[in-house]
Write a protein that binds this ligand. Sequence first.
Ligand SMILES: Nc1ncnc2c1ncn2[C@@H]1O[C@H](COP(=O)(O)OP(=O)(O)OP(=O)(O)O)[C@@H](O)[C@H]1O
Length: 524
Amino acid sequence: MSHVLIVDDEPAICWGLARLCRQLGCTSTIAATAEEALECSRRESFDVVFLDVRLPGKSGLEILETIRQQSAFPRIIVMTAYGQLSTAVDAVRKGAFEYLVKPFSLSHVERLLERIIPATNAAATGSEQAADSTPSLNSVQKLEENRFELKPHEAKANQLVGSSPVMQEVFRQIALVSASEACVHIHGESGTGKELAARAIHYYSGREKGPFVPVNLAALNPALAESELFGHVKGAYTGADLSRRGVFDQAAGGTVFLDEVADIPPALQVKLLRALEEREIWPVGADQPHRVDFRLISATNQNLLDAVRSGQFRHDLYYRLVTFQLELPPLRDRVADIPDLARHFLRQVAPKRSHLEFTTEFLSALQERPWHGNVRELRNAIEHALIMSPVASPAPWHLPAAMAPLEVPPGVTSQVNSAALPIHQAIPTAETKGEQDPLTVAVRQWAKTRLQEAKLQANLAIEAAPQQEDAGLHARFLAQAEAELFQTILHQCRQNMSEAARLLGIHRTTLKRKLEEFGLMADD
Ligand SMILES: Nc1ncnc2c1ncn2[C@@H]1O[C@H](COP(=O)(O)OP(=O)(O)OP(=O)(O)O)[C@@H](O)[C@H]1O
């Protein structure tokens, strides 16, 4: 008969779990604190331990390792309500067998126990089944041999915020998969945090000291894509005066992040498959391949299976890439995370104002938006609102207009992520440039969206609509930016033209002429 230790200071949880144990024919002991739990595991041996993270006094994670050793390595199931990603990773590294996100259903726990109990019984009788009982959190054994410490500074720099149940599940999966070497495929709408999740997997893996090399396949010039990925030797083609290391070589000992992987040209799919299977890279023009040690994480906002079905994506490559699929939920499915995310972005974009409290009205307005651009749109909206309200806490009307839904036809990416451009083309990002200037971000996004539209039109062979598109991007940009700037300043100056012109540093007549040009002159 299996013996279960339940460590939680919430009586209702202890009661529910104890009853479940009885139904499954196990005995159970309850402890409400870490100290009590240690005392119990000193006295008797347990097969399964339910261990809450937040306990009065010491936390569950602090005693996890001692309990494992005292009780002859029981299956430890860590339970938490509001874990950060680092909590989940810590639990896995310390040897937790499972990580349960509260609130959990008892039927889920029942299935889990039904899976564990035969193995623990077998272990007690020394039968073969025990040897087969692989821990649910894989690679625990490997980690036992090769334990590494958490790097709080790195984790913080790449912090994924989210306490909603769906994000807790994401954290759990990141914790599991980062302990392995599996190829991970991240799927989610644009701006849901796919690159951030990929970075987290890298930083929490054994490769965290190696490079993380992001590359956006949709942004690569098709003619140069092969050389970007695999490198080339000197003289490989006209103009190749020097040999060049590709993305995989740059990532040696670390991780390659292939963003928008659905856009990889068919010819390169074969080469990528070979690189994954053989762990060998064949640079353009080379007469032999060489070995490279890399881990691959890929992402897309498209349905990769649809691409396989339509013959655009090789099925063998699909199965190689999607060893483990991580789904990032759209922001509308985790509105509970919005206040925490808003505070996180406040600290990020305006550290000097981090003491500021958002009003309930502002937070409600945030939670009511559709967020088609997901977390990226939220970040930009917070920056915008903080700019528009430089002193006081922002109000709902300081937010920019909500983004329209993005219709993304297959084969066209919804957004070009500058952080995932090839290294030598990368535009400085928050990571490379320190603090991000909101205007730079907005301009960059505007330009990317226009490029994306151009690409879409080219793909669909659409004739550009005459009027507006006839004006070059520069003129269109100025018209849009100036109109917005003038309107905002005029609004702040209560439509006082002289005051607005003074603030703008232009002559009043110039302002008037421009407003007329843009059709923004108010009727007298
Ligand atoms: N859970 C989160 N916590 C904190 N910041 C987040 C979170 N998710 C996304 N972000 C932030 O939102 C922005 C967009 O994230 P990211 O680039 O990772 O999204 P993505 O899904 O890769 O987008 P795309 O598909 O357009 O490339 C970044 O500034 C990122 O730091």
